[in-house]
Write a protein that binds this ligand. Structure first.
Ligand code: FES
Length: 579
């Protein structure tokens, strides 16, 4: 009997047995082609076949180390008596892919699911880390539901500039504002450019990548401690090998993603997201990931936890430190130790033990970096969900990274129809804008962007920067980078492109934000809005051909996770036919 309570599998019960183990013409073909690759019968006969889904690419700087890590995973698989096969998958490279990697998250999820289904695999190691790769791999593996374990890329090392540490994204936005305000010159800017990203690994602030890595760990999908190890650290190599060893055992134990994922583990993930002041993007991804496991995770659940969980990770963009500091402070294990009273510790993990057993003995070495619950860096409400006539199906914001002065604010709208309109006019000296204005950007949602690009941290107009303004209320149906900050209201749903109320706003309309009441309202009468709606015309389709057509037909709105409607959990997809 295995630790998961299921009987340990026999060789002939492995999924791969039907490819390699039976005596027929097709299996002759499978075995002869394995010999063609250079493997002998002793390499694969009767062994769990493990697919290593590797999102390495020359164009993904966050995954530069994945070629070597894949070899280290293979070492662990061989050690444990498995047969490793590396399968490259599309790499969603946040810094390079336009209009947004989010356009392709579901494509990677589908690719993962279909590779796991169509090849002779008994288990999978999922190698990701750069923002969308983590949810995508997990979504695909959850849908396929064969034993799977996630190996996070780990954060890159701290950036440096003239004695200051630099954090991915957060310090780029900060110094860009200083450059536009004329406080730093081109030479300074070039030095910052050269010093901000100095090793493999994902962004090392508590942005989307760090948030999603931590979420994968608290959901129980990684080995304990995996998500905090800096990418170039030799511990990361050892974790890769341990992960390879573990997946082989998981196959014999038949420990699958849906044995690990539960409503309680998703509650743990939401609790953790609040405690680390995580990226707003995690809300969309968590809803989609839960959906793949057949678990309903409404926005109200996020708001419920938001009201009681304080921010205890002192990490940028909400706090002071970077992921390397977090690792030396004890990493996620130490943070989960502090957060334990608010967690369901009985949840299962890929270790075959419970979350509580996994974090037993965790030590917090730096109580300024990982704060105890009674000394948080900010109280509950680090992420919040807003509703109102401007966002009937919800919107999100991150009060922990916003100017508290703007938490209750009413101001006149300055509307930009799309990103190009905003880029063309934001720094126009004649733009009718003051520090009290509310900047509105539309046509940036799932369909309108398309792909809901990270345009939600609209730049503060140059003339206001020169007056010393560094934050103002900004509203859009876009997302924003997890490394961003400011009073940015995001994911407004329904989006403007499909006729959501954001489409009806005109410059000069008054908009009211009340974070304490979780409200976002357009102060225009219902009759006037009805008249505007009657005149609203749907924009033409974004795509005439290709993947974009499928995307436009099936993408759901933000509160449903922006998954494709046909990929939510449903009846099991049949295994491929034998021949
Ligand atoms: Fe890859 Fe930020 S660019 S995680």
């Amino acid at each position: 009997m295995s630790v998961s309570g299921k009987p340990r599998k026999k060789s002939e019960e492995l999924r791969s047995h039907r490819w390699f183990g039976v005596d027929d013409l097709r299996s002759f073909g499978h075995r002869s082609r394995a010999y063609q690759i250079g493997f002998g019968r002793e390499d694969f006969a009767g062994k769990p076949v493990i697919g290593i889904i590797n999102t390495w690419s020359d164009i993904n700087p966050c995954h530069t180390h994945f070629r070597q890590r894949a070899e280290e995973v293979k070492r662990g698989i061989w050690q444990a008596g498995g047969f490793p096969l590396e399968l490259p998958a599309i790499s969603l490279s946040e810094p390079f892919q336009k209009p947004s990697t989010m356009l392709y998250r579901n494509l990677l999820a589908m690719e993962t699911e279909e590779m796991l289904r169509s090849y002779p695999l008994d288990g999978a190691v999922l190698m990701g880390g750069c923002d969308k790769t983590t949810p995508a791999l997990i979504m695909g593996a959850t849908s396929m539901n064969i034993p799977s374990i996630f190996l996070p890329a780990g954060p890159m090392l701290r950036g440096h500039w003239r004695g200051q540490t630099l954090g991915s994204g957060s310090d780029a936005w900060k110094y860009w504002a200083e450059k536009r305000a004329g406080n730093i010159d081109d030479n300074d800017w070039r030095e910052i450019e050269e010093g901000i990203a100095r090793s493999p690994g994902h962004c090392m602030t508590m942005g989307t990548a760090s948030t999603m890595g931590a979420i994968a760990e608290v959901l129980g999908l990684t080995l304990s401690g995996a998500s905090s190890i800096p990418a170039p650290d030799s511990s990361h190599s050892r974790m890769a090998t341990r992960t390879g060893r573990r997946i082989v055992e998981m196959v014999w134990d038949d420990l699958k993603p849906r044995d690990v994922l539960s409503a309680a583990s998703f509650d743990n993930a939401v609790t953790l997201a609040m405690a680390v002041g995580g990226s707003t993007n995690c809300i969309i991804h968590l809803v989609a990931m839960a959906g793949r496991a057949g678990i309903d995770l409404p926005l109200s659940r996020f708001d419920m936890f938001s009201r009681k969980v304080p921010v205890i990770a002192n990490l940028r963009p909400n706090g002071k430190f970077l992921m390397e500091d977090f690792y030396f402070a004890g990493g996620l294990r130490a943070l989960l130790g502090e957060l334990a009273p608010m967690l369901e510790l009985g949840c299962a993990t890929v270790s075959g033990k419970t979350l509580g057993e996994d974090i037993a003995g965790a030590r917090n070495n730096e109580p300024d970096v990982i704060r105890p619950l009674d000394n948080p860096i900010s109280g509950p409400g680090g992420l919040c969900v807003l509703f109102g006539n401007l966002a009937p199906n919800g919107a999100v914001m991150k009060p922990a990274a916003a100017d508290p002065r703007l938490a209750k604010h009413t101001g006149p709208a300055v509307v930009f129809d799309d990103y190009n309109d905003m880029a063309a006019r934001i720094d126009d000296p004649d733009l009718d804008v003051t520090a009290d204005s509310v900047l509105v950007l539309r046509n940036s949602g799932p369909q309108g962007g398309p792909g809901m690009p990270e345009w939600g941290m609209l730049p503060v107009p140059k003339k206001l920067l020169a007056q010393g303004v560094r934050d103002m209320v900004r509203i859009s149906d876009a997302r924003m980078s997890g490394t961003s900050y400011g009073t940015c209201i995001l994911h407004v749903s329904p989006e403007s492109y499909v006729g959501g109320p954001l489409a009806l706003v005109r410059s000069g309309d008054m908009i009211a934000l009340d974070v304490a009441e979780r409200r976002l309202d357009l102060l225009v009468s219902d009759a006037e809005l009805a008249a505007r709606r009657a005149n609203w015309k749907a924009p033409p389709p974004r795509y005439e051909r290709g993947y974009g057509v499928m995307f436009a037909q099936h993408i759901t709105q933000a509160e449903r996770g922006c998954d494709f409607d046909y990929l939510h959990a449903g009846p099991a997809t049949p295994e491929p036919e034998i021949h």
